[in-house]
Structure formats: structure tokens, C-alpha cells
Design a binder for this molecule. Structure first.
Ligand code: NAP
Length: 477
């Protein structure tokens, strides 16, 4: 209990603190409430509803009844616990009646909510597992409808449900939960408040995001939220983990999405779904950006422009350079299409020769051996994932094969790769993937907002986020 009180009093970003009596060895209602500086919800979850309380139901009821009698701002009781006497005695005042489904989002949510509301509970809480983005939608509909007649909290648990936490207001929720229960998709209160500016989101805040799977390690939310903040643009940007393109489209239409970044594995699938794709996207055959204008979905690919930006900033004379592209995936295609208009002499190298031939053909380039022979290139562009964290010791080129002028590695995690370090040791210049990541994000931001975003703000946000990933990994080790 002493530790629970310490943690309770250390909370800085919340308005209401949930005290989980089931998480302590010596639960005691008076001890939990003593000296509190902020309002609390006293909860004591049994194991059958995802908690840790091992005692009897009578002991649990006694703890919760005591907490209520001692003036706890709220006491959470599970709907399935059937603590009807507690509900009757309190007339439901200061009671949060909760229902959790850790496996799925059932179809009878409205009936459940009505039955729960009929008990007289002051707040009804329904938390269900989202197995797809579209599972958020019945919860949003329920929250919006029910919040007209009383307080309700709706939550979609898991990575697919992240929007229900950040956009709690739009979901009709009286509040949302933050913390370190990663298994149910919680984020820290400071992330919610600082990164997603939870307290200032309104009905008119524009919603953007990145769709992918997986997407939790994307740096894009940090980049775009920092830029929206710096530009004082009333928008928020979230990671959306979708099961497929149709899942994302259904969700995006329902929440009124204004735009999105698109990442693996949806760049081609969503290209096929947009109402109109811009010329560069059509040449690449994939999109990395969506903008919704009057209900029409427009698709663009900013990878090509984002790739060129650092080269233009450095006045690299592309037209005079023999350029070797490593890899033949989506990024290689975007790079080849970006380089072609400069007149660069392009050779594509890939471990799968047929794929290299496909990319080379688009820009009338050549196909070379894998890996390239030293002395045959001036600019080398790595469009493979080799060297990406956690395989930071790997490189697509032998250390002594750097005989050109410039190496451009699209890998951005880590920001400085072994390929770049070997090139610099060999006397070459090197550009890392972070420059392109920021470049393509700047293009997206400008397309969505007609505002030029500050590259330095975006870059600093990306570096900070990447450093956090590294420190998380170190903690795991
Ligand atoms: P992709 O479509 O999966 O293509 C990857 C390419 O790399 C394929 O040609 C693949 O060959 C090849 N490859 C993978 N592992 C290899 C290995 N061990 N040895 C030799 N070749 C290998 O991926 P992508 O979308 O093009 O992305 C490629 C990289 O660029 C990723 O690291 C991505 O993070 C990065 N990227 C960075 C930015 C940025 O803004 N900085 C933007 C886009 C992409 P096979 O076809 O034989 O498998």
C-alpha cells in the first residue's frame, strides 16, 4: 500500500487516478485514500476480469464498499460481479460499472450498455478488444449515442484500438485511461498529453495518421505531431494498424480522416483504392500519401521528392554521376524514377536479377552484378533493409569497396549505418535515410496543409523518437 500511495502521488498528468487494489499484497481502502491530492477511482479487479485479486468475492465487495463509504470519488465494480446490493445502496452514485472483453468486440454492445445503464450506475465503462481498426467503430457509435443520456467510457483495447484512447472525446468517452499496461494498448499519460495533445483536441481537430502493419515503431507520428504543433495547425496524427486496405478505408471514412501516410504493406493495395493517383505515384505503382478532399481520396508518392531533397540541398551534380541502386523493391523504384530526369546513368543491382530488370526497364537503366564492382559507380544508393536495426553490423558492400564519391543509405534506423561509416572511412561522403524520411514527410505536410513545415523540427522529433527506441531496446537487454 505504501508503494501504491507513492505511485499515486507521483502522477503528474492525470485528472483522475485509478488505484488498483488488486495489484498490491495488502489491499486496504482507507490506506489507498489517505492523503490523496487528486480524485481517484478505486478498483479491485478479480482474475476472471483481467485483474490480480486472489481473495474471495466477499472480501472484494467489502473493500469496495469501504472505499465508497470513505468518500472515494469513484468505485469501479464489474457488471458481471452482480454487486447489486452495492449499486442499490449507493443509488449508483460514484459507481463506475465496467465490462471488459479481452478477446473481441461483441455485436450486442448497445443492449449490454442499456442493461448496465438501467442499474443506475453513474458511469458505464465498456472496454473490448479490437482485432481490426473497424472494431473501433461500434464503440464510437455507442459512446456518441450513450453520452447524450449519461456518462460513458468506451475503449478499444490493443494496438488496433489506439484511436479510441487519443480521440476519447470524439468517441463520447467521459475519460480515457493511460498507464503502462502495454498488453491492452495503454500509453503513458505524458505521451497522450504531450505528443497527442489530448487536452486540446476538439471536434474540429483534423485527424491524420500513418497506416501500416506493424506500425507501432513508426517515427512518423513524432515527426508530424511536432510539425503540426510548430505550425499551430489544429491537427493530430496517429498510428493506425490495419488488417487490410478495406479495414483502413472503413475506419478512415467513419472518423473523417483528412490524410494519411501509407507504409508497408499497404502502399500498393491502397494505390489501387484511391479515386485518383498523381503522376509520380502512377509511375511508381504505389502511394505513400493520401489526402481526402470533399470525400475524394487522392494518392501521391512523396518518396521520390523526399529522396531528391537532400541531394538538391547539397548541389550534387546527378547528371554527371554513374549511379548504382542496390535493391529492387518499392523504394528502389521511387529512387530510380526520381533520378531519371537528371540524366543520371542508372544501374540497378539486386540479389534477384529479374526484379532488378523490372526496375531498370522503367527508367531505361542497366542491370549490374550483386554487389556492384568497385570503381563502377560515383553514387551508391542502398534501397535494401540491410544494416537496419537490430542488424546494425551488416552492410551490403565489402568495407574496402568504396571507390566512388557519395553513398546514400535509405536505412534511417540507426541514423548512421555501417555502410555510411565504411564509406566515410574510405574518404567518401555519406547521406543517411533520416534526411529522406524528413524530406518525404515535409512533402506530405505541405500537401495536406499548404504550409512549409520546419525541417529542423521534424528532424529533431525523429531523432528523439529513434533514441527512445534504442533506449527501450537497451532496457530490454
Ligand atoms: P521492399 O519493397 O521489401 O524491397 C527490399 C529490397 O531489398 C528487395 O529488392 C529485396 O530483395 C532486397 N533485400 C532485402 N534483404 C536483402 C538482403 N539481405 N540481401 C540483398 N537484398 C535484400 O522494401 P522497400 O520499401 O523498397 O524499402 C527498402 C528499404 O528502404 C527499407 O529499409 C526501408 O526502411 C527503406 N526506406 C527508407 C525510406 C526513407 O524515407 N528513408 C523510404 C522508403 C524506404 P528481394 O526482392 O530479393 O527480396
Amino acid at each position: 500500500m505504501a508503494e501504491l500511495r507513492l505511485r499515486r502521488d507521483a502522477v503528474a498528468d492525470a485528472d483522475l487516478i485509478e488505484l488498483r487494489l488488486d495489484s498490491v499484497a495488502d489491499p486496504n481502502a482507507a490506506g489507498a485514500l489517505a492523503g490523496r491530492r487528486r480524485p481517484v477511482i478505486v478498483t479491485c479487479r478479480p482474475t476472471w476480469e483481467g485483474g490480480q485479486f486472489k481473495g474471495s468475492e466477499d472480501e472484494r465487495r467489502k473493500l469496495l464498499t469501504e472505499a465508497h463509504a470513505l468518500g472515494a470519488e469513484y468505485v469501479d465494480i464489474e457488471w458481471r460481479a452482480r454487486f447489486d446490493d452495492l449499486l442499490a445502496r449507493t443509488l449508483g452514485r460514484r459507481i463506475v460499472l465496467s465490462m471488459h472483453d479481452f478477446r473481441s468486440t461483441p455485436s450486442d454492445l448497445a443492449e449490454t450498455a442499456h442493461a448496465m445503464r438501467a442499474t443506475g450506475a453513474e458511469v458505464v465503462k465498456i472496454a473490448t478488444k479490437a482485432n481490426a481498426l473497424r472494431d473501433c467503430l461500434p464503440l464510437m457509435a455507442l459512446g456518441q449515442a450513450e453520452s447524450k443520456s449519461g456518462s460513458i467510457v468506451v475503449l478499444a483495447m490493443g494496438e488496433h484500438g489506439l484511436a479510441s484512447r487519443v480521440l476519447a472525446g470524439r468517441f463520447g468517452s467521459a475519460w480515457t485511461y493511460a498507464g503502462d499496461l502495454n498488453a491492452v494498448g495503454q500509453m503513458s499519460a505524458s505521451t497522450l498529453v504531450d505528443d497527442y495533445r489530448f487536452r486540446t483536441l476538439t471536434e474540429s481537430t483534423e485527424i491524420y495518421g500513418v497506416v501500416g502493419s506493424p506500425v507501432s515503431h513508426s517515427v512518423s507520428p513524432a515527426i508530424h505531431n511536432a510539425a503540426f504543433r510548430a505550425a499551430r495547425f489544429d491537427a493530430v496524427y496517429l498510428p493506425f494498424r490495419a488488417t487490410d486496405a478495406a479495414d483502413f478505408i472503413a475506419f478512415a471514412r467513419a472518423i473523417g480522416l483528412k490524410g494519411a501516410s501509407v507504409t508497408i504493406p499497404f502502399k500498393v493495395a491502397l494505390y489501387d483504392q484511391v479515386d485518383e493517383a498523381y503522376a509520380v505515384a502512377r509511375r511508381i505503382g504505389a502511394i505513400n500519401t493520401i489526402r481526402v478532399v470533399d470525400g475524394r481520396w487522392l494518392g501521391a508518392n512523396t518518396d521520390a521528392a523526399g529522396f531528391l531533397r537532400p541531394l538538391q540541398d547539397r548541389n550534387v551534380p546527378l547528371g554527371t554521376m554513374r549511379t548504382s541502386i542496390l535493391g529492387a523493391g518499392g523504394a528502389a523504384r521511387a529512387v530510380a524514377i526520381a533520378l531519371a530526369p537528371s540524366g543520371a546513368d542508372i544501374t540497378v543491382h539486386a540479389r534477384t536479377r529479374e526484379r532488378a530488370e523490372e526496375v531498370a526497364m522503367i527508367v531505361s537503366g542497366k542491370v549490374g552484378p550483386w554487389p556492384p564492382v568497385p570503381g563502377t559507380w560515383d553514387l551508391l544508393v542502398n534501397c535494401t533493409p540491410i544494416g537496419m536495426r537490430p542488424h546494425t553490423d551488416e552492410t551490403p558492400m565489402p568495407a574496402d569497396a568504396h571507390t566512388g564519391q557519395l553513398v546514400y543509405d535509405l536505412v534511417y534506423n540507426p541514423p548512421s549505418t555501417r555502410l555510411m561509416r565504411d564509406a566515410i572511412k574510405g574518404g567518401l561522403k555519406a547521406i543517411g535515410g533520416l534526411d529522406m524520411l524528413v524530406g518525404q514527410a515535409q512533402e506530405q505536410f505541405q500537401w495536406w496543409t499548404d504550409t512549409r513545415p520546419p525541417g529542423s523540427v521534424m528532424r529533431a522529433a525523429a531523432e528523439k523518437r529513434l533514441a527512445e527506441f534504442t533506449s527501450d531496446e537497451n532496457h530490454l537487454v
